[in-house]
Design a protein around this ligand. Structure first.
Ligand code: ZN
Length: 215
């Protein structure tokens, strides 16, 4: 049982996490996929001969999903995102996904809905969807119930909070989502950008609420 970070090829790529259990292997987010040769060799090295079974996308933005096409050119994983952010990805919408902002474009993707409470069981890791709209309307956090690790996407990071000024973003929804996470039991925090921490992650949730003007 492991959680490993795959080093992004570019500074503005999202963080990419590989979670390995005896029943399956999941990738959380993919980066932009620019410099896909570097991305794919790092994924392949980290997989170390194992198959990739799942990709879970924390939200629709290109810096998190652009690498899907590179990954699916080599592997055949099931791809998951929450209902509201799955639809623009299925449609190949390069606008609301910020594809055009990043200078890329979205190929229509085969996405399976991954909504509140849905689970992917990897054996030693049980990944559960927590819907946390705000950064985008379909943003999710993924809780590994087994290890108490939260993959927070761009909802909040170590020392910062998600931008809510992009299409479908909302400060009010973001605050409600941060409050909702207060009731979630987690220790490790693995955000979509910047550093991760293996313990005491909840202090950064309090920090994010504080940044948003909440106590
Ligand atoms: Zn984002």
């Amino acid at each position: 049982m492991t959680i490993q970070q795959i080093e992004p090829a570019l500074l503005y790529d999202s963080n990419i996490y590989l979670i390995t259990g005896s029943k399956g292997v999941a990738l959380i987010d993919t980066g932009t996929g620019f410099q896909s040769d570097i991305l794919m060799s790092r994924i392949s090295d980290t997989l170390n001969g194992r198959n990739l079974d799942y990709i879970i996308l924390t939200h629709r933005h290109y810096d998190h999903v652009g690498g899907v096409s590179a990954v699916t050119s080599v592997y055949d994983p099931k791809i998951y995102a929450s209902r509201s952010d799955a639809s623009p990805l299925r449609a190949g919408d390069s606008e609301s996904t910020l594809g055009t902002v990043f200078g890329g474009h979205i190929e229509p993707m085969d996405i399976i809905d991954f909504n509140e409470g849905d689970q992917i069981d990897l054996g030693e890791h049980k990944l559960v969807c927590i819907e946390t709209p705000g950064h985008t309307i379909g943003s999710i956090c993924i809780l590994d119930e087994t290890t108490g690790s939260l993959f927070s996407g761009d909802t909040f990071m170590v020392g910062s909070v998600g931008n809510y000024s992009h299409p479908t973003g909302s400060a009010e929804m973001l605050i409600n989502s941060l409050r909702k996470l207060m009731d979630v039991d987690f220790d490790g925090l693995y955000p979509g950008h910047g550093p991760f921490v293996k313990s005491n992650g909840k202090q950064f949730l309090l920090g994010a609420l504080h940044i948003m003007g909440e106590e």
